[in-house]
Design a protein around this ligand. Structure first.
Ligand code: CA
Length: 353
């Protein structure tokens, strides 16, 4: 028959020690206690029992000596860590508040057209303006235009994949720096299009690739990444500024002074580009940052527009009409000029509040 017996002296010390240790855990910051308190109490309990088994109460006292020292030093360290974390949180909050103090309204339109000569439209585009105010403040609005190249329907697939990958990767990226996150998204698109190229059934098929110009508008700043000869412009008070540099043979000749803009527009090598997505596993990306002003219009387009409609004409149309009407008129104008290529335009007008 079981009988109740008084606890041994060492058991009493054990119980007292465990209670005291749980109280002492209060010196740690709350978040640390919540994460590790239970585990620490359990470990202490096991150590106490081992110490009592080996050396009785004397062993328990020795254990307490080292525990007190460790507990105090680690508590100080954890408080310092907690203060640093709090400071970081507060500075992040300040940054967020700053973003919210620069709200903007966007009027966006996009249009793509097959043109008058091509059998397929290999251009693709997207505009993403998050409806959630916080998401808009943190990630901004994204615009992508891509001009695919390749045999059969590969060009169309390449530009579609690039546009979708950039949008997906950018908005899911944990990278806080906007330019870095945008570059990461473009590199991901390059990998996806490279994979598409390697799936070609016939080695003699033309290489598959795509240009890509992408812009993120966040607060009063626009971040632009470019590979190829699709373009980004800012139209401000009737003046147009090309943000990107074309990675094309004719653009290089214009920069060297060997060709004029007008000659480049009609040159037989005007379609030769030396950089695009999908050709090599590593891709060099041009990144630009510009501050936008109230009333500015951001324009992204493929060479089907910029090779047929002059910069001055683009500025005139965008300045005169709202984005919806602008994209229609830009495409119309390129078709009037022959529509020799697919035509794509995105126009986003910024109103800073
Ligand atoms: Ca084109």
């Amino acid at each position: 028959m079981p009988s109740s017996t008084a606890p041994a002296p060492s058991d009493r010390w054990l119980q007292l020690s465990e209670r005291l240790y749980r109280r002492l855990l209060l010196v740690y910051p709350l978040t640390f206690r919540r994460a590790f308190g239970a585990e620490m109490a359990q470990t202490f309990r096991a150590c106490c029992r081992a110490a009592v088994r080996e050396s009785g109460t004397a062993g328990l006292l020795r254990l307490w000596g080292s525990v007190c020292y460790d507990l105090m030093t680690s508590a100080v360290i954890e408080h310092i860590r907690a203060w640093i974390a709090l400071f970081k949180r507060l500075s992040g909050l300040e940054k967020e508040l700053h973003m919210i103090t620069v709200p903007f309204h966007l009027d966006v339109a996009q249009l793509t057209d097959i043109g008058r000569k091509r059998a397929r439209n290999e251009d693709n585009m997207t505009s993403v303006v998050p409806t959630d105010r916080q998401a808009l403040a943190q990630k901004g609005a994204l615009f992508v235009v891509a001009d695919g190249l390749g045999g059969h329907d590969r060009g169309e697939e390449a530009s579609r994949l690039a546009v979708n990958t950039i949008s997906d990767v950018y908005y899911n990226s944990p990278v806080e720096d906007t330019g870095d996150a945008l570059a990461q998204a473009v590199r991901a698109a390059n990998t996806v299009v490279c994979d598409l190229s390697t799936q070609q059934e016939h080695a003699e098929e033309k290489a598959t690739g795509t240009t890509c110009v992408t812009a993120v508008l966040r607060g009063d700043t626009v971040y632009v990444a470019n590979v190829g000869d699709s373009r980004a412009y800012i139209v401000r008070a009737g003046h147009i500024q090309q943000i990107t540099h074309d990675h094309s043979w004719v653009a290089d000749q214009v920069r060297l002074g060997a060709l004029t803009e007008e000659q480049a527009r009609t040159h037989e090598k005007r379609n030769q580009i030396y950089r695009c997505l999908g050709i090599k596993p590593e891709v060099e990306i041009d990144l630009f940052t510009e501050t936008v002003q109230d009333g500015d219009a951001l324009v992204l387009c493929t060479d089907g527009l910029s090779s047929l409609v002059t910069d001055a004409e683009i500025a005139e149309i965008v300045e005169q009409y709202n984005p919806q009407e602008s994209v229609k008129r830009l495409v119309e104008r390129a078709n009037e000029q022959g529509g020799t290529d697919n035509i794509t335009a995105v126009v986003a007008r910024v109103s800073l509040a």
